[in-house]
Write a protein that binds this ligand. Structure first.
Ligand code: MN
Length: 269
């Protein structure tokens, strides 16, 4: 092998320092993923639309006559089940971008700095709370401008609700859960050029967003801007407002619109 360039040597040193800090302290790895099991809540669409399968496991063998030395399962679920990634191709507004599906999005776009906006107090008082541009700008006055290529994660503490009923929070007039104000989404997608948003609810749009203008503004505008979504995150209360790095690569499903995934945050301690 030829002698590495000074640039490569510096990068190798950076990676060695990173690994050292993960193993010996200095950087904590926080799992932002909810457990994936049959009880995992899945989005409920109006009856005229085709529903998504909930998560299920079917045992193939477990060290028995079906396979004496091995345990494994088949599993089934919709792509948008549990902690999951929304690719731009998920929405009609994002369908024509190149490299817009789970198998062909450039992989460096799965890793970005996290800007964590804490609106847990507001969503406790109002389950229909919508994140506005004013709230984001107030956050920026305290923590600095959201950089391009950032994951914007919205802490609502919604993931602390237990069970599908409390998570979905469906009333006579449909689901009630927090989300984004329609005018906030173009601000984040276009004026801040983020990677995408991450939320604790089962989808990136508010429970009542079917009635917004535009309908489902986060899906419509975020994917229409070639950006991503992360839903059903947890442990956002363990992240600082800035300084964490989020790693969120979906499964490499060919032409996938999204997938369940493991989301990790590297957090300075
Ligand atoms: Mn989704």
């Amino acid at each position: 092998m030829s002698t590495p360039s000074p640039h490569t040597a510096a990068a190798a040193h950076t990676l060695a320092q990173l690994m050292g800090a993960i193993l010996k302290g200095g950087i904590r790895v926080v799992d932002l993923t909810a457990p994936l099991e049959p009880a995992t809540p899945t989005i409920q669409l109006p009856p005229q639309f085709r529903p998504s399968k909930p998560f299920s496991l079917e045992e193939i063998s477990r060290y028995d006559s079906r396979g004496p030395a091995w345990y494994w399962n088949n599993f089934a679920c919709g792509e948008h089940t549990g902690t999951h990634f929304d690719a731009p191709v998920h929405w009609v507004t994002g369908k024509d971008y190149p490299n817009n599906a789970t198998h062909n999005i450039p992989v460096e776009r799965f890793i970005g700095p996290a800007c964590v906006i804490d609106v847990a107090r507001q969503t406790t008082e109002d389950p229909d709370f919508l994140l506005t541009q004013a709230v984001v700008e107030d956050w920026e006055r305290r923590h600095g401008r959201i950089p391009a290529h950032a994951w914007v994660l919205v802490r609502t503490d919604w993931s602390k609700r237990s069970g599908a009923k409390a998570m979905l929070n469906i009333g006579p007039d449909g689901p009630h859960s927090p989300g984004f104000h329609p005018q906030c989404v173009p601000f984040l997608a276009r004026e801040r050029d983020i990677l995408g948003v991450g939320v604790e609810t089962i989808g990136t749009d508010a429970g009542q967003a079917a009635g917004f203008e535009p309908m489902f503004p986060c899906h419509t505008i975020m994917h229409g801007s070639n950006k991503f979504g992360l839903a059903s995150l947890m442990n956002l209360d363990q992240l600082p407002p800035t300084g964490a790095l989020v790693i969120a690569p979906p499964l490499k499903i060919v032409n996938g619109s999204g997938s369940p995934l493991r989301v990790l945050a590297l957090v300075p301690v």
